[in-house]
Design a protein around this ligand. Sequence first.
Ligand SMILES: [Zn+2]
Length: 230
Amino acid sequence: MWDNTESPSQALTQLCGSSKVSLEDDFIKLHPRSSIEGLKDFKQESTFVVKATIKHVLDHDDRWYTACICNKAVYPDSKMFFCEKCNKHVIKVTPRFKLKLRVIDATDSTTCVVFDRDASAMLKKSCSDILDLQDKNTAAGDLPKEFEVLIDKTYLFKVECKNDYNTKFEQSFRVKKVCMDEKVIESFSDVEIKSLDLYSANEEETKLNERTNQISSDSIAEKNQMILRL
Ligand SMILES: [Zn+2]
């Protein structure tokens, strides 16, 4: 279970972040967009951008894990921690976020897994900050107040779509990057509206055609009546 908490994709995005790809290019141009329904149907490995609203921070699993300085999750062993990646016992560890968010869009709902860098950006707090606050204020099992700021927020999520999930469990999607920039979210929505406009324009045309057909069939009926009268 520790394997999936390692986040090589995070290191990769950090690398990409230092290149000149703008947030806008990253979320609007470079990756195809998808609805949640579309994600679930897609069976190949790929990356999509989804606009979704956070409805719940799931708590049936821990919201954080203990990590080595190399970022790999560690497990307690003989009063220390053991890191499989460094292959040794380590003392210096930090808590890191692994948030499971229940998100929705107009088509469906799903679970997204957001890791430390994006989670702390969304919460504007580091994982250890939240844990410090949590000890003082929150009863076990309750959603800590600090997480409530996420509820009903609509962001763009760059998610990894994989076909290797275990069908026994509900599918969840690993989030590579979250976009909270209002301008980028707006231009993402603009494209959405444009395609909707196109759709309704087509619909108008169909209605217009139907009306024309109606008129012509009416006039045919009229003609037929005239013939009958004759
Ligand atoms: Zn390590």
